[in-house]
Design a protein around this ligand. Structure first.
Ligand code: ADP
Length: 358
C-alpha cells in the first residue's frame, strides 16, 4: 500500500474558482516527489490540501491507507517549509531550530542532541549562537529547513523554498536538499516552477497545467517520453523545438525541407491533410548530414556562446529553431548550414489533442 494516496482530489475555492481537477497520485514512503508547472497551475493549492491548510473540496486523501481529509496538520505529521523563511529575529539559530520541540515540552537533553544532529546535517554547527540577521540567505533557508526536519515528521512539504535565493545559492541549496533527503529519508513533496530543480531533485515529477495533471513520471521518462506538447516544451532547456504543419504526401514541410514522416510513423496515411506537430530537442541535433535522420537546410540568425556549447538560432522558411551544439563547431551568423535530427529523437504530436502519436 502506498504511504500517501490522492484520489480524485479537487479544489474549488469559495469564489467558485476550480483550481485543481481530479488529481490522482500514490506516493511511496521515502519518495521525493516534485510538483512542477507554471505559476497559477495549482501546485501550492495541492500541497496545502496535503498539509491540511486548505480543505479538500472533493476526493480523498489517505495516509497509510487511512482517510486524512478531516485530520488537522498536526495529526497528519507534516512539516512545511515556505518560500519566505520567517525566522524569529531575536532568537539564535539554536533556539529557532529548537523552537517546535521547546513548545512541545521535549526534554532539554533530547532537544540539545537533536539540534546538534540537525545542525550537523545542515552544516550549521558553527552558527548556532548567531542571530538570523548575521546569516546569508542560504544559511537562513537552512535554518528554516532545520526547524522542519528536527520534528521528525513523516511528510516533509516544501513550497518554492529556493525562490528567495540568488542563482548561485539556489544551485548549492539544491544539492544540500538532495543530501538532506538522502540522510533523513523523509517522504518529501516539493513545489517549484523551475524545471531544472524538478529534474535534479525528483524521484518522480508531477507536471501540472491549468489545474490538471499533465504527466507523472521519473525525470528520465518526462524527458524522453513526454506525453504531450506541453510536457515536451516544459521539460528541457532550451525547450524542445516544434514544427507545426499539414501532412502532404506523408511529408511535413520545414521551410524548403520535406520531412518524410512515414520513416518515423509507418501509418502516417491517416494523418494526410491534417495538422501535426513535430518536435526535436536542441541538443539532439548534429551539424551536417548524417544517415538515419532528417536533414534540414537552414540559415543561422544568431549564436550564443555558453561555454562548452553554443545555442544556434536558425530559421528554415517560417520555422525557427534552436540548436545546441559543441561550441568548437559554432557556425557564422548568416551562414547557410545543414543539420540532422536522428529519427529516434523526433517526436510527433496530434495538433488537435496535442498528445504524442506513436
Ligand atoms: P501555483 O502554486 O501553481 O502557482 P496556486 O495553487 O497558488 O498555483 O493557485 C492556483 C490557482 O488558484 C490560481 O489561479 C490562483 O489565483 C487561484 N487561487 C489561489 N488561492 C485562491 C483563493 N484563496 N481563492 C481563489 N482562488 C485562489
Amino acid at each position: 500500500m502506498a504511504y500517501l494516496t490522492l484520489k480524485n482530489i479537487n479544489k474549488i475555492y469559495p469564489n467558485g474558482y476550480h483550481a485543481v481537477h481530479n488529481f490522482n497520485l500514490e506516493i511511496e514512503k521515502g519518495e521525493f516527489v516534485v510538483f512542477v508547472g507554471p505559476s497559477g497551475c495549482g501546485k501550492s493549492t495541492t500541497l496545502r490540501m496535503i498539509a491540511g491548510l486548505e480543505d479538500i473540496s472533493n476526493g480523498e486523501f489517505l495516509i497509510n491507507g487511512k482517510r486524512a481529509n478531516e485530520m488537522g496538520p498536526r495529526e497528519r505529521e507534516v512539516a512545511m517549509v515556505f518560500q519566505s523563511y520567517a525566522l524569529y529575529p531575536q532568537m539564535t539559530v539554536y533556539d529557532n531550530i529548537a523552537f517546535g520541540l521547546t513548545l512541545q515540552g521535549v526534554d532539554e537533553d533530547v532537544i540539545e542532541q537533536r539540534v546538534q544532529n540537525t545542525a550537523r546535517i545542515l552544516g550549521l554547527t558553527e552558527y548556532l549562537d548567531r542571530l538570523p540577521r548575521a546569516l546569508s540567505g542560504g544559511q537562513r533557508q537552512r535554518v528554516a529547513i532545520g526547524r522542519a526536519i528536527i520534528r521528525k515528521v513523516g511528510i516533509f512539504l516544501m513550497d518554492e523554498p529556493l525562490s528567495n535565493l540568488d542563482a548561485k545559492q539556489r544551485v548549492t541549496m539544491r544539492y544540500e536538499i538532495a543530501q538532506i533527503h538522502r540522510e533523513t529519508g523523509a517522504t518529501t513533496i516539493y513545489v517549484t516552477h523551475d524545471q531544472t530543480e524538478a529534474m535534479t531533485l525528483a524521484d518522480r515529477i508531477v507536471v501540472m497545467k491549468d489545474g490538471y495533471v499533465q504527466q507523472i513520471g521519473t525525470p528520465y521518462e518526462l524527458y524522453y517520453k513526454p506525453a504531450n506538447v506541453f510536457v515536451a516544451g516544459f521539460i528541457g532547456e532550451p525547450p524542445m523545438n516544434f514544427v507545426r504543419g499539414t501532412v502532404k504526401g506523408g511529408c511535413l514541410a520545414m521551410g524548403g525541407n520535406a520531412l518524410d514522416l512515414s520513416r518515423k510513423l509507418p501509418d502516417i496515411g491517416k494523418y494526410e491533410g491534417k495538422e501535426i506537430v513535430l518536435g526535436f530537442r536542441p541538443e539532439a541535433v548534429a551539424l551536417g548530414e548524417h544517415e538515419d535522420g532528417y536533414h534540414i537546410a537552414c540559415r543561422v540568425e544568431l549564436t550564443e556562446m555558453l561555454g562548452d556549447n553554443t545555442n544556434v538560432y536558425v530559421t528554415a522558411g517560417d520555422t525557427q529553431a534552436i540548436l545546441k551544439i559543441d561550441s568548437h563547431d559554432t557556425p557564422q551568423t548568416d551562414a547557410d548550414i545543414t543539420f540532422s535530427i536522428p529519427l529516434e529523437s523526433v517526436y510527433l504530436f496530434d495538433a488537435e489533442t496535442e498528445n504524442v502519436i506513436g
